[in-house]
Design a binder for this molecule. Structure first.
Ligand code: PFF
Length: 541
């Protein structure tokens, strides 16, 4: 059967930008920026964009188009071809199907809250909440964590989840051009317009509280945009590093503290998540390109669109609005990334004229941004079943739907026990860096930089500056290995030994991990089976 193709350059760029622009831009980015010191966060953020994000974007577009040329839409087959049919490398590619499934499962659930909240905004359902505490009570009851006057169970949340899930599957079942591309063509311009309207409204708020003129939108913008170099260097920790002998974990920890490693890790993690790189999704999208379609300029354009949506739009809505109405102290205390989006924003928008409409704009914008991302997360698994097991697209979507539907229930009912965070760590944080490291090494070292560079430039509309050859070969992999090691030292051990897990959560967390390991094993088994089928004369296609 002929491979599906995008309708053209604009189609694929919109699809990749649609994948990249999501909840990460409007919720996760401001949340991370607030938690990591605003102007201190933005420096590592831009460094990570140039040294990790952009190179990975090019690497994935190139590997994807290359693999598509051999009939592969997912990482196992692509890595297999790239590494000269080495028997083991394809199992690293399993992460490129596993990771998107794991993210899809919790991402779709959060997306469904946004659909719920868009309806609540229009109907004024949360208007009785006038402070942070009552907004928290509203959100917690909606998610079934408590029961109160707002909701007495999960029924509403579950209904919105079912709708959201069905919409996602429906789009994917329509395929690349008639499903994914068509939705992105409409959703992206609409969400840009909505975001611009909200941004203009927020930026014209000035200082809304005459008693506190110092709380204004500019203080929010200043918080984000005044670079704060001092926070990137901790002299006392550096002294301790110099004094400690040998290469002990304690000494490394001092080094991490001296360089403020946590902020760097957070910034790199945000770049990965927001650009949808290091996970296999862009590989799959790029596999539907024709052999001579440009990847260099298209990858750059998609990344740029995402950055505009993130730092300009995403950075000019929540943070300035929150600073103007609540002041820096309250904002800096807001803990999770959901606080700003689900509590602070509705409180702010409630105070404006046309509150229901602005509230709707905010949540509908997020919902649309979410949909164009979650469909991209579904595509690798669906494409894997299509390519390697010859399932028809609708059958593949159905199998994917059944498995992920079951998994979603773990997240929905295990929310209070921390299951969502567990999914997010393995799929949305650790998995990305690990997979990104593997593909960078495969590209620059195994495939070879000369071939890689010419492959990247086949049919290209621009020539990438030559120093990126050097960055891709040396800087990106070293940067990635350092991050990976830091994750392992800082989070890995305490995490594996469940050190910070309260006793009542131990069982659900362990169960979640067992499920994740089983899922990974199942996918690895499928890869093994697929290659066995190919090797046997009847299975050969
Ligand atoms: N980039 C998306 C966002 O910013 O919300 C999230 C995402 C989508 C991550 C697809 C990874 C991915 F493969």
């Amino acid at each position: 059967m002929a491979r599906e193709r995008w309708s053209g350059k604009l189609g694929v760029i919109l699809a990749v930008a649609g994948s990249a622009i999501g909840l990460g831009n409007f919720l996760r980015f401001p949340g991370q920026a607030v938690q990591n010191g605003g102007g201190a966060f933005m420096i590592p953020y831009f460094v990570a964009l140039l040294l990790l994000g952009l190179p990975l974007m090019w690497i994935e577009w190139t590997i994807g188009r290359f693999g598509g040329g051999f009939g592969h839409s997912t990482a196992p087959g692509m890595f297999h071809t790239l590494a000269n049919k080495n028997r083991f490398v394809k199992y690293f590619g399993v992460i490129g199907i596993f990771g998107p499934i794991v993210i899809f499962v919790y991402y779709t659930y959060i997306e469904s809250w946004l659909l719920g909240y868009s309806v609540f905004a229009l109907r004024g359902l949360y208007n009785r909440c006038h402070d942070h505490a009552s907004m928290t009570a509203f959100l917690d009851a909606y998610r079934g964590l408590t029961r109160n006057e707002y909701f007495s169970g999960l029924a509403t949340a579950y209904a919105f989840f079912l709708i959201t899930f069905a919409v996602n599957l429906g789009i994917v079942a329509f395929g690349i051009r008639r499903g994914i591309e068509r939705v992105c063509r409409y959703a992206l311009p609409v969400l840009f317009v909505m975001a611009v309207v909200l941004m203009v409204r927020v930026l014209t708020l000035g200082s809304p509280d005459p008693a506190h003129p110092e709380n204004n939108v500019f203080s929010g913008l200043g918080f984000l945009w005044n670079p704060d170099w001092s926070k990137l260097w901790n002299g006392a920790a550096w002294e301790r590093f110099l004094r400690e002998p040998g290469l002990s974990p304690v000494r490394l920890a001092h080094l991490g503290a001296a360089l403020n490693g946590r902020v760097w890790l957070a910034a790199a993690g945000q770049i990965f998540f927001t650009l949808s790189v290091g996970i296999g999704v862009i590989l799959t999208y790029a596999s539907y390109l024709s052999p001579r379609d440009d990847v260099a300029l298209s990858g750059l354009t998609a990344a740029s669109a995402n950055e505009v949506a993130e730092v300009i739009l995403g950075g000019s809505i929540v943070i300035p609005a929150a600073f103007a109405f609540f002041g820096p102290v309250a904002v800096l205390q807001s803990g999770s990334i959901f606080d700003l989006g689900f509590k602070t924003m509705p409180l702010v928008l409630q105070k404006l004229a046309f509150a229901p409409l602005f509230g709707f704009f905010w949540f509908a914008l997020l919902f649309l941004a979410g949909i164009t991302s979650s469909i991209s997360l579904a595509q690798p698994a669906v494409a894997f079943l299509e390519d390697e097991f010859n399932l028809a697209r609708k059958e593949a979507a159905l199998v994917f739907g059944m498995v992920t539907f079951l998994l979603c229930h773990l997240v929905i009912f295990g929310l209070g026990a921390g299951v969502l965070d567990e999914f997010d760590f393995w799929g949305g944080t650790f998995g990305l860096v690990l997979f990104g490291t593997v593909e960078t090494i495969l590209f620059g070292w195994v495939f070879g930089m000369d071939r890689a560079w010419s492959e990247l430039h086949i049919g290209s509309d621009i020539t990438i500056p030559r120093f990126y050859r050097w960055i891709i070969r040396y800087v990106t992999p070293v940067f990635l290995l350092v991050i990976l090691t830091a994750y392992l030292i800082q989070d890995g051990l305490p995490l594996l030994t469940l050190r910070n897990v309260p006793p009542e959560r131990t069982l659900p967390i362990l169960m979640t991990r067992i499920v994740l390991v089983l899922l990974f094993a199942l996918l690895a088994l499928l890869v093994w089976l697929a290659w066995r089928r190919k090797a046997s004369p009847q299975g050969a296609v």
